[in-house]
Write a protein that binds this ligand. Sequence first.
Ligand code: HEM
Ligand code: HEM
Length: 176
Amino acid sequence: MSRSERYTQVAIILHWLIAFGVLWQIAIGWSMIEIPKNPPGQRVYWFNIHKSIGLTLGMLILLRVVWRFTHGSPPLPDHIPSWQKLASRISHWALYACMIIMPVSGYLGSSFTKYPIKYFGYTLPHWGWDAPAYKEICSQVHNVTVIVFMTLIAIHIAAAIKHMIAKDGVMRRMWR
Ligand code: HEM
Ligand code: HEM
């Protein structure tokens, strides 16, 4: 497979780092909200981990979006039907939208509280204020988007498995 038919090394590394990071982040998100509020230590600890990993992912996602805009994507092989080409384009942009909305809504929601965000123990500048109504909107966006995101990821993985079984070269475009 020639270089022009596959993603660049940088795109491949970012894809897999972000893919595993996002799945891990969703697992933490859903587990941490089940932790009882009293005593507070464990819950606060996992919320801080979630925020720190989420912000790190946000920066990687920003880098990825910039890379994507400056480097494009390799054209799909000719034998892929045009409806599949269209479906992949739409679903990839929808995945990018979710990748952006998740960290932004999480960050904004956490800023509209009286507590500053701690990034792996380092207290970030706190520009927000205690605004429960804004916080609630951001939480709703965060919680609804993650459902859309999970659905898209499930479809995306199913499509990747289909291409793996068909051995049509699509999986190798995003592999070493
Ligand atoms: C949270 C998980 C994931 C996210 C957010 C994600 C996101 C994306 C996005 C946005 C693209 C399009 C890249 C571009 O054109 O700029 C892509 C491509 C790709 N992904 Fe994922 N992905 C995830 C997990 C996976 C997994 C688990 C697999 C394999 C089992 C996979 C296989 C692929 C492949 C093969 C492509 C290249 C498709 C092509 O050649 O056009 N992804 N992914
Ligand atoms: C890719 C990034 C992210 C993903 C995939 C993600 C995922 C999740 C999930 C699955 C939940 C549980 C949802 C539920 O309540 O049903 C959650 C909750 C939460 N997340 Fe994130 N998150 C991300 C980034 C962030 C960031 C950057 C912050 C803050 C800096 C953050 C703050 C929170 C908070 C405070 C909650 C608790 C529920 C709420 O108040 O909305 N998240 N997240």
